[in-house]
Design a protein around this ligand. Structure first.
Ligand SMILES: Cc1cc2nc3c(=O)[nH]c(=O)nc-3n(C[C@H](O)[C@H](O)[C@H](O)COP(=O)(O)O)c2cc1C
Length: 186
């Protein structure tokens, strides 16, 4: 059966390179149904807001994660770490802790930066955080895209580098295959 994959971009910037990478990913496999899961409407996390129904934007966000077979996060790195908007979103999605939509959710991590380190530190932090809420992270595969500004057509807002497209394709195929082969531990 065709897979539903959620795409989360860890940058709110209009001209985000990471969004261009996610967009390319969404074009690579017509048999996959990609769903954009946006962070921009989420309020700052505050336990007081969890009382009652909680914010509508949070319900929409959590339902979107619940509805997909897996999520691929494509995110920049800020100050050698995870962007605040992404951490904020994970904190919302991690509640309630024992039954959160992140529990056992298959997740892949990709990141792009104009620098040379390809978001290594942010991805390590994100992996650590998501493992602490018992999400399942694609093992072994890493995709760190450096020098991203040289790999896009900035005016067209498109990733153009052929090698990067091949890496994305390979990552996506492995992610989708892995979802059907994750061992169950319970
Ligand atoms: C506050 C801030 C901190 C940053 N820190 C890093 C960093 O630690 N490592 C890095 O590779 N790039 C860093 N950058 C540069 C980002 O990688 C760059 O702005 C990138 O284009 C952001 O991703 P986006 O294009 O998807 O918005 C930083 C940018 C900002 C605004």
């Amino acid at each position: 059966m065709s897979k539903k994959i959620g795409l989360i971009v860890g940058s709110l910037r209009k001209d985000s390179y990471n969004r261009m990478v996610a967009q390319k990913l969404a074009e690579l496999d017509a048999s996959v149904s990609f769903q954009w899961i946006e962070l921009k409407d989420l309020p700052l996390f505050n336990e007081d807001l969890e009382k009652g129904e909680g914010p509508e934007a949070v319900s929409v966000f959590k339902s979107a994660i619940q509805a997909v077979d897996g999520v691929i996060i494509v995110s920049p790195e800020y100050n050698s770490g995870i962007p605040g908007v992404l951490k904020n979103a994970i904190d919302w999605a991690s509640r309630p802790s024992r039954t959160s939509v992140l529990r056992r959710k298959p997740i892949g991590l990709i990141g792009a930066t104009p620098g040379g380190m390809g978001t290594i530190n942010a991805q390590l932090q994100t992996r650590h955080i998501l493992e602490s809420v018992q999400a399942q992270l694609l093992p072994f595969q890493k995709l760190h895209i450096s020098q991203i500004h040289l790999k896009v057509d900035a005016e067209q807002h498109r990733l153009t580098d052929e090698k990067t497209k091949e890496y994305l394709q390979a990552y996506l195929q492995k992610f989708i295959h892995w979802i059907d082969h994750i061992p169950t531990l319970e």
